[in-house]
Write a protein that binds this ligand. Structure first.
Ligand code: F6P
Length: 256
């Protein structure tokens, strides 16, 4: 705690809280764009924050991405005892296997010796296929688990970076570009004002569910994500706990 005061992290947290109108922010030292160990620190801080929020039985819905993967790495068998279920927050949104929510949930369950469920949904499906998917009992069951999660853990990314990483088709890419999207979370693309300009159509958690989830933890660091973080919090619930790094925090405060 003394180190945090000396290095000015506490002050940064206070400033960022008032800028983003959030109640709780954790900032880890460093910039994850520059040093890989910072992402590990984000993982460590997130694991701790999740642990503090556990209740009797837990359902934790998780998104994909490399930051979530680094959270998985920091989980240990003492996390909880036979009382946690990890579920992917949404169906496939175009990530590589290692970055997929299904993979990350499996890893989290393995590391904590807990359980997980998968949600296998093809990426680009027609409305008809989508509708019939929703009627499948096995899918329905996982969807019910997702919407009754007590903790949602998610990443935030830069819009264009994400659109490229997902190999978004030309039509959607244009929509994202022309809509001047700067941030992305859950497959939703936001402009600077926090308006959704594009949404990847998939099942699972929708943005409007978030306000009903008791604990939402967003994890995103690196100065390159400053704009994305700011845009996202223009529309995200203000009860969300943000776990970020000094790189993103300083960049965010600089631009305002
Ligand atoms: O695709 C899943 C996702 O959580 C996105 O919603 C988010 O923008 C991205 O991953 C973050 O990825 P990373 O942690 O690798 O920057």
């Amino acid at each position: 705690e003394m180190m945090r005061e000396v290095s000015g992290i506490n002050e940064l947290e206070a400033k960022l809280k008032s800028l983003l109108h959030l109640q709780e922010i954790v900032i880890v030292p460093g910039n994850s764009d520059e040093s890989p160990w910072v992402k590990e620190e984000l993982g460590r801080a997130t694991a701790q924050s999740m642990k503090q929020r556990l209740i009797g039985k837990n359902i934790i819905a998780v998104t994909g991405g490399s930051t979530m993967a680094s959270v998985a790495k920091k989980l240990t068998p003492d996390f909880s005892k036979n009382e946690t279920l990890f579920v992917p927050a949404r169906g496939g949104i175009g990530e590589d296997v290692k970055n997929q929510a299904n993979t990350i949930c499996a890893k989290m369950a393995e590391r904590t010796r807990e359980k997980h469920r998968v949600l296998y949904v093809p990426d680009q499906v027609s409305k008809e296929v989508y509708q019939s998917f929703l009627k499948e009992p096995a899918i329905k069951e996982v969807l019910n688990l997702i919407t009754s999660a007590n903790i949602v853990l998610h990443g935030i990314g830069d819009a264009i970076t994400m659109a490229e990483r997902r190999k978004t088709d030309l039509e959607d890419f244009k929509k994202i570009q022309e809509g001047k999207a700067v941030g992305e979370a859950f497959g939703y693309y936001f402009d600077e004002e926090g308006k959704v300009v594009h949404k990847v159509a998939t099942i699972g958690l929708q943005l409007e569910h978030l306000c009903e989830i008791p604990n939402v933890i967003a994890v995103a660091g690196g100065s390159s994500k400053a704009k994305a973080i700011q845009a996202y919090f223009k529309s995200a619930p203000h009860s969300t706990v943000l776990i970020t790094d000094e790189g993103a925090a300083k960049q965010l405060l600089k631009g305002n």
